[in-house]
Design a protein around this ligand. Sequence first.
Ligand code: DGL
Length: 280
Amino acid sequence: MTILVFDSGVGGLSVLREARMLIPDQSFVYVGDDAGFPYGEWDEEALTIRITGLFDTLIERFNPHLAIIACNTASTMIMPALRQRFSIPFVGIVPAIKPASERTASGMISVLATPGTVKRRYTLELIERYASDVKVNLVGATKLARLAEEHLQGEAIDTDVLHDEISPCFVEENGKRTDIITLGCTHYPFLVNEMRKLAPWPVDWLDPAEAVARQALRELHRVQGHTVSGYGSAEATQHDVAIMTSVSPSISTERLLSGLGLTLETLAFRETTLYVQSAQ
Ligand code: DGL
């Protein structure tokens, strides 16, 4: 079966990693819309048109059995439009507000996400529904996703910028402190080791990627009656594919993807040529 994993860039690889572990022996198509990156500051309507248009091409080309929208900025907005337009199941990723509010001991959590995700109605509804008795601090980070892209492509992390971006997450009030930070962008898990070093006090950093992979597996069982026997390998399976929508992905992006067992192909998308990566 074919599972499509979609993000604005390479951040969704943090979800692909979990999905490959949990759902082995399937074909994965990874799509990074790096020509549209970053999604964090896009207008909602324009972004919806862009992503649904991309999916017209992707679904026709790859005919996936299921798609994972491995991008909080997109998932908090696009799921109804995708489900209405296409018949395959879609699984999204959203900030782990419910688990954070269940686990917090201090009653103070922070949601670290893109500016788009923190202002979405969907995010605010999650807070109303699951975290009404918890103090939720929404932190919209403007530079973190790009920092993660650069880091994944081998560049050194600017720790001053990283420090400034995460500082607002740490709140101290009436002798209590933030004790959980939910990573509301799939790029951020790639920075979490550095974030830990810069944190003024220890907190739990919640990444919902594994929960999303589990949800994808449940959906596959539901629609395909597919049985999966336990964990597999995080390595590429034989026909994994990745597409970056920029006409010329950087050499470092090519290296990063080929390090995961992926190589270039092309795909026509409107008037643009997309470069597709497929495993050897
Ligand atoms: N990885 C995306 C997310 O989970 C966003 C990065 C971007 O701003 O494009 O929200």
